[in-house]
Design a protein around this ligand. Structure first.
Ligand code: SF4
Length: 222
């Protein structure tokens, strides 16, 4: 039965996506085109999603990430790939704010463009690709998160092994950096490959006391 009270950790993500499309036809998907994001786009295509896939170009993405975006847009032409640009004027704090003030950098380059876009579109729900095993801070994630607008997390219970197996089976255009140890890929100044045994997001903002960009956690979260 396609209703949240009948779901369990084993519920197919496509069931969750179809439910969101039925309940909230104006749902949007956000993506950074990591492994999770690529898998979610493919599952959403199977579920009949033809809405927007919104990506924020901070100006600091790896070329491989931008190439992945192009490959996805070509493969899933039934969806509308939207790229938001930080579009910032020259920064009074210099070009390397990510060193001195990474929270402020993420707030200006990631969170603000997406918040402005969502304020204009005002979707009822956001599909996104986060999962429990990406980081200890996400260990309690469920399929649905109420908030300013509903967040729908169809991959909440999928493990990295499941995601990789699915991507291989479907021959998905995964960011090539992933297979070099970049299990979570953000901006190049704030991302490194993870070491064996580390959680997927251990390579983000190393040494900066920061684990999230602010899109999903914090007072300005979506
Ligand atoms: S991830 Fe780093 S470079 Fe990208 S917006 Fe955040 S602080 Fe700036």
């Amino acid at each position: 039965m396609n209703a949240p009270d009948a779901w369990s950790a084993e519920t197919d993500p496509r069931v969750v996506i179809r439910w969101a499309m039925e309940e909230y036809p104006d749902s949007l998907m956000t993506s950074a085109f990591n492994l999770n994001g690529v898998v979610l786009i493919d599952l959403a295509a199977q579920a009949g999603y033809t809405g927007e896939v919104v990506f924020v170009d901070t100006g600091y993405h790896f070329p491989e990430t931008l190439q992945t975006r192009e490959r996805l847009a070509a493969r899933y032409s039934q969806m509308r790939f939207v790229t938001l640009s930080a579009g910032l004027a020259p920064e009074p704090w210099g070009e390397e704010r990510y060193r001195s003030d990474p929270d402020g950098c993420c707030a200006a380059r990631k969170v603000a463009p997406l918040r402005e876009y969502l304020a204009r579109k005002n979707p009822s729900a956001l599909l996104n690709a986060r999962s429990r095993d990406q980081a200890a801070t996400r260990a309690g994630l469920g399929f649905l998160e109420p908030g300013e607008r509903l967040r729908v997390n169809p991959l909440a219970y999928w493990t990295r092994e499941q995601l990789e197996a699915y991507a291989r089976t479907r021959d998905l255009p995964v960011n090539p950096l992933y297979w070099s140890g970049f299990l979570s890929i953000g901006c190049w100044p704030c991302t490194r490959a993870v070491r064996p045994g580390e959680e997927a997001r251990a390579g983000r903002w190393e040494g900066q006391g920061k684990t999230e960009c602010g899109l999903w956690v914090g007072e300005k979260a979506l």
